[in-house]
Design a protein around this ligand. Structure first.
Ligand SMILES: *[C@@H]1O[C@H](CO)[C@@H](O)[C@H](O)[C@H]1NC(C)=O
Ligand SMILES: *[C@@H]1O[C@H](CO)[C@@H](O)[C@H](O)[C@H]1NC(C)=O
Ligand SMILES: *[C@@H]1O[C@H](CO)[C@@H](O)[C@H](O)[C@H]1NC(C)=O
Ligand SMILES: *[C@@H]1O[C@H](CO)[C@@H](O)[C@H](O)[C@H]1NC(C)=O
Ligand SMILES: *[C@@H]1O[C@H](CO)[C@@H](O)[C@H](O)[C@H]1NC(C)=O
Ligand SMILES: *[C@@H]1O[C@H](CO)[C@@H](O)[C@H](O)[C@H]1NC(C)=O
Ligand SMILES: *[C@@H]1O[C@H](CO)[C@@H](O)[C@H](O)[C@H]1NC(C)=O
Length: 491
């Protein structure tokens, strides 16, 4: 009888242990580290050598780094690339083909918020089926909450979902206030597990003074200082060690000048077309009957005037730009450092730097760094695709990615070896089997031994003499359970 009791207690302890381990396994599964992605607009891949950047250097040393930055998407403009980062889709698949675009179904041109802070755009411009990371986070995770500060596109309702918190585009807000707000969202009750943070520099300064200016160098230093401020605020809240943080950007930069202007009016009559967006990718909407003549004139001029013209159907596959209703009948793409002007004089052209060019130019590529518990330390790769960021973020947050054009091939090189859930489950089953086998053997042995003893006591010393009074007695006989784990009390 005692052996059966012992066995029962043993099984109860086992069940308790298994339950406990089961609970801790499922807790592990639901608590992937929080993720913060930060975009410094127009931060070219090679800007880090321009000035002292101790905070970025720290990330390179203790995190991961793409030495030649990311291959971004065409057109290398701000809205397009911010939307590819969070959806993993090429522009032809998400529809935000440039900062301005015309949608024939909506029958309207999209107005970016930098042009009019209070512009009210049609919801169909963004809700095209593309799924940004905060929607994936909030639809899939029971406690998935997201916060966005000025992230391009995050003001829109997509799949009936908005980020849990969103601070709208407003360039007069202090950067430190922005960081404080983000940290507060992470630390408050019902805090977020995903944050998206946008800074408009060094882009703004590079447009005004050129990417090679001292002014941009200063802004690079400022971005590093802001990064330091963020680290201090996170550290003060005990978050820095536990959080994955991605630092990246939408595009790089090239110089622009009045010397490198292409006067479209020299080749095509302004009355033949309207233009949606005009440099360095001009979206040409021909008036009825004018498409052929526009194309022929531009084709002839393109040979020695630093630009390329494409009819929609002939846009090369590699640009991932053709298969969308918003792609205009004709696009013209300026060579790097060149810009189109139409309907204006050179004096009216004010840019000292620009971007938006073909993504084949390395100068258009943005930087990439990341750090946190899921990343290896001090690992560098050459480059990878911007569309890989979405599947990377899904992996970090343990989400099932929506259909996308990215891949984990390169980014998995700098992820810590996963607590692979398949491995965890098989390890769990294996240990269960071992414990049951051991426990079973022990129980059978106990019963057998008890019976033997019982028998012998009946034969010789009498029942009472053979009675086992405690687990300690069993320990003494079997040496199976260490003393400290054996409890008399229950008997
Ligand atoms: C930055 O400077 C280091 C050291 O001089 C050099 O090895 C590295 O190639 C530079 N990186 C870039 C992107 O210029
Ligand atoms: C598109 O909008 C314009 C005015 O902006 C209007 O004249 C035209 O009829 C509209 N087209 C369609 C198909 O609704
Ligand atoms: C900005 O957008 C608002 C809302 O659509 C509109 O009322 C306003 O006239 C626009 N402002 C400019 C300068 O276009
Ligand atoms: C931008 O922020 C400033 C300062 O916080 C505020 O006064 C202003 O109303 C905001 N503008 C818009 C358009 O939200
Ligand atoms: C840009 O840099 C130049 C030269 O370093 C400096 O004189 C000027 O004040 C700067 N402008 C701004 C707006 O920072
Ligand atoms: C050129 O400017 C005139 C007047 O400002 C405007 O009516 C016309 O639409 C413009 N043409 C193009 C092609 O931008
Ligand atoms: C990109 O992904 C979308 C969604 O899965 C798909 O429809 C499209 O064909 C993909 N594009 C390429 C070039 O593979």
């Amino acid at each position: 009888m005692l052996a059966i009791f012992v066995c029962l207690v043993f099984c109860l302890v086992l069940a308790f242990l298994l339950l406990a381990s089961n609970v801790s396994i499922s807790a592990e599964k639901t608590s992937s580290p929080p993720l913060l992605i930060i975009s410094y607009d127009g931060f070219r891949w090679d800007y880090l050598n321009r000035t002292r950047t101790p905070n970025f250097d720290h990330i390179i040393k203790h995190g991961v780094y793409a030495r030649r930055g990311l291959v971004n998407v065409f057109a290398t403009s701000t809205l397009t690339n911010h939307w590819s980062m969070v959806t993993g889709l090429y522009p032809e698949s998400h529809g935000i083909i440039d900062n301005h675009f015309f949608d024939p179904d909506v029958n309207k041109t999209y107005i970016p918020l930098y042009q009019n802070w209070s512009a009210v755009n049609d919801p169909r411009f963004y809700d095209t089926g593309a799924e940004p990371i905060w929607v994936t986070n909030q639809l899939q995770k029971e406690n998935g909450r997201s916060g966005s500060v000025m992230w391009w596109g995050a003001e829109n309702i997509v799949k009936n979902t908005r980020p849990t918190h969103h601070m709208p585009y407003n360039l007069t807000i202090e950067s430190t206030y922005i960081i404080d707000t983000m940290v507060k969202w992470f630390t408050q009750d019902s805090g977020i597990n995903l944050g998206l943070l946008y800074f408009s520099e060094p882009d703004h300064t590079a447009h005004q003074f050129g990417p090679d200016s001292d002014n941009v160098t200063q802004m690079i230093g400022k971005a590093d200082e802001l990064t330091g401020y963020l680290f201090r605020q996170l550290s003060r809240n005990d978050l820095l060690e536990d959080m994955n943080i991605i630092f990246t950007s939408d595009h790089g930069f090239a110089s622009a000048s009045k010397e490198n202007l292409i006067y479209l009016d020299k080749y095509i009559d302004p009355s033949w077309y309207t233009v949606i967006h005009y440099t360095p990718v001009a979206a040409i909407m021909p008036k009825p009957g004018k498409e052929d003549i526009i194309f022929e004139k531009l084709k002839a001029a393109s040979t020695d005037n630093h630009f390329t013209v494409y009819r929609k159907k002939d846009i090369p596959d590699r640009l991932r730009y053709r298969n969308n209703i918003r792609t205009p009948p004709i696009i013209i793409v300026a060579d790097i450092t060149y810009n189109f002007i139409t309907n204006m004089s050179a004096d009216q052209f004010k840019l000292a730097g620009n971007h938006g060019y073909d993504n084949k130019y390395e100068d258009m590529h943005p930087f990439f760094l990341a750090m946190g518990p899921s990343f290896k330390q001090g690992v560098e790769v050459e480059t990878f695709q911007m569309v890989d960021l979405y599947p990377l973020m899904c992996r970090l947050l343990e989400l099932q990615p929506a259909p996308n054009n990215g891949s984990l091939d390169v980014v998995s090189l700098f992820l810590q070896d996963q607590q692979n859930s398949i491995w965890t489950v098989s390890a769990y089953i294996l240990s269960l089997a071992v414990i049951i086998t051991l426990g079973g053997t022990f129980a059978v042995a106990s019963v057998w031994h008890y019976c033997q003893k019982h028998k012998s006591s009946e034969l010789g010393f009498g029942r009472t003499a053979a009675r086992i009074h405690s687990f300690k007695d069993i320990n003494a006989q079997y040496k199976l359970i260490p003393d400290e784990e054996a409890h008399d009390d229950g008997l």
